[in-house]
Design a protein around this ligand. Structure first.
Ligand SMILES: Cc1cc2nc3c(=O)[nH]c(=O)nc-3n(C[C@H](O)[C@H](O)[C@H](O)COP(=O)(O)O)c2cc1C
Length: 210
């Protein structure tokens, strides 16, 4: 499925990355070497002063990712909570073959104020995750971002597996995988998932000066 001959087609890859993929062909393989390439690309991308502003979890375990999927809802949204009570979860993009999770680091031992450092963290995660999505799509995979999760429960869950301190928190998730053929990107067939999702377009204003 994945093929590197698409690598230079960045416009096509960005159009693919724009969409949030919500169904996955679970029997397809995401190649280890492709994952390693994407990890390298997204962690090579710059951070301010090349500081370690985040950590990255790379889960290639579908069952584990499906457990994480059940923490991915907005705990302040009544619709989400109503559905979660019925065992229906809104973010199946996370129940992917591969899941990248960016963890925010906290302020380091220099003179950077904590709020300024958090800005740097968020910008770095944006740059890193954008490059991960673009490169994954250029390799022929599909991707879906998620920043919607029950922070307490998800962080507690991850700390059982990974050496992450209580201060270091999940910032953003990105599912990567192979889609189901002939199914719209925003339909899900994942068990316990909300089946259909709206799809949004954007029109970014661009200011040119020649
Ligand atoms: C930083 C970031 C966070 C996102 N978080 C979520 C999320 O929590 N839940 C969700 O359903 N989609 C999330 N998305 C996906 C976008 O909503 C999606 O890419 C956009 O709406 C266009 O894709 P669509 O056609 O599937 O709607 C996120 C995207 C980005 C870039």
């Amino acid at each position: 499925m994945a093929n590197k001959y698409n690598m230079l087609n960045l416009i096509e890859s960005s159009l693919s990355a724009e969409r949030c993929q919500r169904n996955w062909n679970e029997s397809s393989i995401v190649k280890d070497q492709d994952i390693e390439d994407i990890v390298q690309i997204c962690t090579n991308m710059p951070t301010k002063g090349n500081k370690e502003t985040y950590q990255l979890i790379v889960s290639k375990n579908l069952d584990y990712n499906k457990q994480i999927f059940k923490y991915c809802y907005n705990s302040e949204d009544e619709n989400h909570l109503e559905n979660v009570n019925k065992n229906i979860f809104p973010n199946p993009q996370v129940a992917a073959q591969v899941l990248f999770i960016w963890i925010s680091n906290t302020s380091i031992n220099d003179n950077t104020p904590a709020d300024v450092f958090m800005d740097d963290v968020n910008l770095s995660v944006g740059i890193s995750s954008g490059s991960a999505a673009l490169s994954a799509n250029s390799y022929g995979y599909k991707t879906g971002f998620c920043k919607c999760f029950d922070s307490e429960k998800l962080n507690t869950f991850l700390r059982k597996t990974f050496d992450i301190s209580k201060k270091e928190r999940v910032n953003l998730l990105l599912g990567i995988g192979v889609p189901v053929d002939d199914l719209p990107h925003n339909s899900s067939i994942t068990e316990f998932a909300q089946k259909d999702h709206d799809s949004y377009n954007k029109n970014i204003k661009i200011h040119y000066k020649n």
